[in-house]
Ligand binder design. Sequence first.
Ligand code: HAM
Length: 457
Amino acid sequence: MAIYHLPRGTQDFLFERTRRLEYIESVLRDLAESYGYAEIRTPIFEHTEVFLRSVGESSDIVNKEMYTFTSRGERSLTLRPEGTAGVIRAFVEQKVYAQQDYPYKAFYVGPVFRYERPQAGRYRQLHQFGIESIGTRTPFIDAEIILMACHMLNELGVHHYRVKINSIGDELSLNNYRKALQEYFAPMISTLCEDCHRRHEQNALRILDCKIDGDKEIVKNAPKIADFLSKESQQYFDQTLQVLNDYQVPYEVDDRLVRGLDYYTDVVFEIEAEDHEGNSFGAICGGGRYDRLVKEFDGPELPAAGFAFGIERLLLLLEKDEAFNSIEREIETYVMPLESTVFQYAFDVMMHLRLQGIQSDMDYGMRSIKAQFKTVDRKRAQFAILIGTAEMEQQQVTVKSNATKEQKTIQVDELVPYLAEQFAACEEETEHEHTCDCGHGDHDCCHGEGDCHHHQH
Ligand code: HAM
């Protein structure tokens, strides 16, 4: 048994899973860029006030989930529990707003830290992919970011999801609503959990979000924010929903959705997903509008909206749906020295291939042929390059295709052009397989599966 263990709620991502994470991030990154977003990188820790100010003193995050420590210079620092606060701090500090190219659109990806009780899909170090659109208030932005999140899910191959959406109104609506909740819960506060006692004092809205009491009848029967929305907030919400209707977004208005961070106003949303068997994966994305935050960081009065995906939850969901088969790693060639005397020659062949831009690896351990062929399979090498004494003496190599098992001995000088030819033939074949021969010429009509709907006509 290992003496050293991971801290609770953290995980190691070994090779294949790192590749899957990279794949998820690259799909999200490419799509964000196509919507006009550019990447921002902010520090992983900030002065603690940054989060007290933004995420808010009544939130669970600030009350019990932050990793806060005192630096050697006696400053209180906190590992970021989310990405928005740092982005807005940077936006104001670097005076990005002076460019006035609104909306200023940023995306980010990286670890965040929350001291939560670990369970399936809930970690203490997690990764978020987030976007922030700063400077513009129009329902088209609120709808656009939700459309973008859905587009990202579709692109990743996640099809079973639901957008839960609500409006928590502007500052005035929210204050009135908080007061009404406080009055409503006052006579029955003793039936709620310890944390809810604090929430009742600080911000009764948070009671609706409680993981312990959230599903109790008294919480379900609490006053609804919809009855407190100002006319403008209601209109804004309706217009946002209208755009979502136009684009057939699968949403559901959830009048108890308030989100656990204090900076939100007006439209808020979460996306919940299921795997193909209908198992829930909880919220994979959360976000909304936050029109006060830039000002609270001493910037100009600028509205903003954004969201963040939890990447581990996306990973679990996609692994459950076996969505990664097509991205499993392959290597083009694997060099197999068959005797110790040919090792140097085999090493030179491998380096020659690499320097010519062909992926290559080799066996350094002089293992048996059988063991080496097993590695060829595990590494999903397309070609094994076998080298024995005869090959070395003739300046030759034997190339064996792992797909067809055909092999051919050739001069080492011909190796690169020979492989290039083989790769090209392989590519052509794959394209041919994916091209329907019904004459429509593209593989979109049969999705590469051969069951072309044109044939059925
Ligand atoms: P959030 O809802 O706190 O929002 O987190 C966003 C997503 O991060 C969640 O939907 C979930 O998928 C994932 N997540 C959160 N906590 C955990 C955890 N302990 N383990 C695994 N995954 C987790 C925010 O953080 C806001 N900053 C989003 C935002 C951006 N709002 C406006 N702009």
